[in-house]
Design a protein around this ligand. Structure first.
Ligand SMILES: [Ca+2]
Ligand SMILES: [Ca+2]
Ligand SMILES: [Ca+2]
Ligand SMILES: [Ca+2]
Length: 447
């Protein structure tokens, strides 16, 4: 018992060190005691996620192409966020949709009677017809600048779990509650894939680490290379934060290390082909939009006044994960953007300053459709909440429990589970936009 106690204290300390890992112990999130000693490691906090590297599976062409824009041809727009409830007030928050509203804890824990009464969801919005960041695919654009064949596109995020080996070794399953994503569009469907293991950090696949803080500032000499994808520093040392506001202005440029003027030069081949060789490809208005931000990596806050008042929440967050201009100094943060990752962007998941290029992971595939119930693999419970009805449709929640050894496929040379530090999840196969709202997305270790 004492050993367990000390272990628990040590783990809390670790949790404290890595604030993005929320921890609970010997309790499940509903507040009920559980019969066995379990530790839940939350991965459902929207901090420190990065754009996913292209999963090297059979689904995406060119996913191992280096220094080749084709590597990213299937990336569509996606967003991962908590809704900033205090600052997104009515009517935006209550806009008649299950995907724009506050979630009550009793929707998934009906017996819960404490405070707070609401619960944060991790929301993953995916826009399969919209061009993702650093996607220079010309063939796939339609006249309106949308991606054709949306079901072949994907969008996702990845992070390092930073789970101590001693815990990682004892992880038995993933669990989460998911709001039925099809309450307002039952004909839509697609797949959620989860990857666990080692995933490539080379998001812009050039064999180099993109790191904003490695870029030169002020009078420092221009000690960078420009690859097919990015302006990258030659020096391997880089700080974990911007050293000054002035440095931030020169470095907060996204994974391409380029401001929009620089993007127009380095990616001129893309712009020229759009403008000259295919003058009938996109409208002049769409061309102008693309030329403003050729990499499509500009951050825009959900509170930005340029969003029309009736803009729904998933759309307001659609540029939230973009890495250029996303680190505003506290003094200049007049739009008061909360719940955002203020750190400089880079490709390095585990902060070791070494570029991991290996893809070696197990994959869990979950078919998402409007008829999901407990007959479906991994779904253990379904709750319908008649208290929360939008346009006549009650909320519907699905509890997933995914045993860690029940993966569907392996890719690359996968080792033991205790070396699986990287987590990636992505959506694909959708014809129309979708929003996944997760509650208590946890890895569960049985001690
Ligand atoms: Ca790179
Ligand atoms: Ca940029
Ligand atoms: Ca840009
Ligand atoms: Ca940035």
């Amino acid at each position: 018992m004492m050993k367990n106690f000390l272990f628990y204290k040590g783990f809390l300390l670790l949790c404290f060190s890595f604030l993005f890992i929320a921890c609970e112990d010997e309790e499940n999130p509903s507040g009920e005691s559980s019969a066995v000693d379990t530790t839940r490691v939350s991965i459902g906090v929207p901090l420190h996620w990065k754009l996913a590297s292209t999963p090297n599976t059979e689904n995406f062409n060119n996913s191992d192409a280096i220094n080749n824009w084709a590597y990213n041809y299937d990336r569509a727009k996606s967003a991962l966020y908590y809704i900033d409830v205090p600052n997104l007030s009515s009517p935006t928050l209550s806009m008649a949709s299950h995907y724009n509203r506050v979630i009550h804890k009793t929707e998934v824990y009906p017996d819960y009677a404490g405070f707070p009464t609401t619960i944060r969801t991790l929301d993953f919005a995916f826009f399969p017809s919209e061009r993702g960041p650093y996607n220079f695919n010309i063939e796939a654009l339609d006249f309106n600048g949308h991606l054709t064949n949306p079901t072949t596109r994907w969008g996702g995020f990845q992070k390092n779990t930073f789970i101590p080996d001693v815990i990682l070794d004892k992880i038995e399953f993933f669990e989460f509650w998911l709001m039925d994503p099809f309450l307002e569009n039952p004909s839509n469907e697609g797949y959620l894939y989860i990857n666990l293991g080692t995933v490539s950090e080379d998001i812009l696949k050039d064999g180099r680490i993109s790191s904003e803080t490695g870029l030169p500032v002020g009078t420092e000499p221009e000690n960078t290379d420009t690859t097919k994808w990015a302006r990258v520093a030659n020096s391997t040392t880089s700080s974990d934060s911007f050293i000054s506001d002035a440095a931030r202005d020169e470095q907060d440029l996204g994974l391409d290390g380029l401001d929009n003027a620089g993007e127009r030069i380095v990616f001129s081949e893309y712009l020229q082909e759009l403008q000259l060789n295919r003058p009938d490809l996109v409208t002049a208005g769409i061309y102008d939009q693309i030329e403003q931000d050729p990499s499509n990596d500009d951050f825009r806050s959900y509170l930005n006044g340029d969003w029309p008042n009736d803009t729904n929440i998933p759309r307001r967050y659609s540029q939230f994960n973009n890495p250029e201009g996303n680190s505003i100094s506290i003094e200049n943060n007049t739009s008061f953007t909360l719940i955002r990752d203020p750190d400089p962007d880079n490709e390095d998941l585990n902060n070791d300053h070494i570029l991991e290029e290996t893809e070696a992971f197990v994959q869990y595939g979950i078919a998402l459709h409007s008829e999901m119930d407990t007959d479906d693999e991994f779904i253990t419970e379904v709750l319908i909440d008649e208290e929360n009805v939008v346009n006549g449709v009650p909320a519907r929640w699905l509890k997933f429990k995914i045993p860690i050894d029940e993966y569907h496929e392996t890719f690359g040379n996968v080792g033991d589970f205790n070396s699986m530090q990287s987590f990636r999840f992505y959506l694909t196969g959708f014809a129309e936009p979708v929003v996944l709202r997760f509650v208590d997305f946890n890895l569960v270790a049985v001690l």
